[in-house]
Design a protein around this ligand. Structure first.
Ligand code: SF4
Ligand code: MG
Length: 285
C-alpha cells in the first residue's frame, strides 16, 4: 500500500511541465492557480485525482495539472467522467467544461449526469462566448449579442446554468468568480466534500472576445458582500456565507427577503431547508 503523501504536497506539485497557452489576461489563469492551491487540501495522492475536459479554452485545464486527466471529446466529458467515477469510486473526479461545451454540444450529457447524481464535480467556466473558435455567441450570451456569427445580434435567450442544473435535480449548485480567489477556493472545498454531482459555475473573463462580461462591485451595505453584475443582464448578489447552494441532502437556498432586492438576487446559506421561500428560491434562480 502506498504511503499517504497528502500533507507533503504543495501547490507547485500540481503544476505540470506544460506551457500554459491561454491568452494574456484570461480568467482561466486565476482558476488554475486557485485549483493548484486548493488541491493539496484534498489530502489525496495525485494518482487519485482525475480531471476530464471536453473541447474549448477551459478544456486545456488537464494539461496544466500534474494529476491524471483526459482532454476528451466536445461536450462528452460528463459521459467519460461518469464511466471513470462509477468504476473507480476511490478517485476524486472533476469535469472541466465551458458554456459552449457544456450547454450546447454537451447539453444532454450534462443534464443526465446531474440527474444521475454521479459522484464528480463539474466546473463550468462561463465566459458567455465561444473563445477557442474565436468569438461566436454561446448559449449564455445575452440577447442582442453581436458576434461574427450573429452580426445582427443574437435572438436567443441565454441559459441560466444554475437553473438548468436545478431543473435536472442537481444535488449541489454553486456560482463563483475567477477573480475571487477566496470564494472560489471555498466553493471548491465545499463541492469536493459533496457526495454526488456538484455543479459549479465559474464566471470567467475572456478579455479577447468578451471582455468585461462581469462587473464586480463591493456591496455598499455589507463590506463582506460582493455583487457580481452581468454587464448585460440581471444583477446577482452573493452573501458572505456562500455563493454556493446545496439543494438536496439537507442544504437549502434562501432568497433575500427585502422587497427592494431584485428577484434574481439570491443569498445562499448553509442551513437546512425549513423556509417556505425555498420553493420560491428555486423558481427564481
Ligand atoms: Fe481565454 Fe478568451 Fe483567450 Fe480563450 S480566447 S484563452 S477564454 S482569453
Ligand atoms: Mg465559453
Amino acid at each position: 500500500m502506498s504511503e499517504p503523501v497528502a500533507l507533503t504536497l504543495k501547490p507547485k506539485d500540481f503544476k505540470s511541465d506544460q506551457e500554459v497557452r491561454w491568452c494574456p489576461g484570461c480568467g482561466d489563469y486565476a482558476i488554475l492557480a486557485a485549483m493548484q492551491s486548493f488541491l493539496p487540501s484534498l489530502g489525496l495522492e495525485r494518482e487519485k485525482i482525475a480531471f476530464v475536459s471536453g473541447i474549448g479554452c477551459s478544456s486545456r485545464f488537464p494539461y496544466y495539472l500534474n494529476t491524471y486527466g483526459m482532454h476528451s471529446i466536445h461536450g462528452r466529458a460528463p459521459a467519460i467522467a461518469t464511466g471513470l467515477a462509477t468504476t473507480r469510486p476511490d478517485l476524486s473526479v472533476w469535469v472541466v467544461t465551458g458554456d459552449g461545451d457544456a450547454l450546447s454540444i454537451g447539453g444532454n450529457h450534462l443534464i443526465h449526469a446531474l440527474r444521475r447524481n454521479v459522484n464528480f464535480k463539474i466546473l463550468l467556466f462561463n465566459n458567455r462566448i465561444y473563445g477557442l473558435t474565436k468569438g461566436q455567441y454561446s448559449p449564455t450570451s445575452e440577447v442582442g449579442k453581436i458576434t461574427k456569427s450573429t452580426p445582427a445580434g443574437s435572438v436567443d435567450a441565454p441559459f441560466n446554468p444554475l437553473s438548468l442544473a436545478l431543473g435536472a435535480e442537481a444535488s449541489f449548485v454553486a456560482r463563483t468568480l475567477d477573480s475571487d480567489r477566496k470564494h472560489l477556493q471555498q466553493v471548491l472545498t465545499t463541492a469536493a466534500q459533496h457526495e454526488g454531482s456538484a455543479f459549479v459555475e465559474i464566471y470567467q473573463n475572456c478579455p479577447i472576445f468578451n471582455d468585461d462580461a462581469f462587473e464586480v462591485l463591493k456591496n455598499p451595505d455589507s463590506r463582506d458582500e460582493t455583487l457580481i453584475r452581468l454587464t448585460h443582464g440581471e444583477p446577482i448578489t452573493f452573501g458572505p456565507e456562500g455563493k454556493y447552494a446545496v439543494v438536496r441532502n439537507g442544504w437549502g437556498i434562501k432568497v433575500a427577503e427585502t422587497a427592494s432586492v431584485p428577484p434574481s438576487d439570491i443569498v445562499v446559506h448553509d442551513e437546512t431547508v425549513t423556509d417556505p421561500s425555498y420553493a420560491f428560491a428555486l423558481s427564481r434562480l
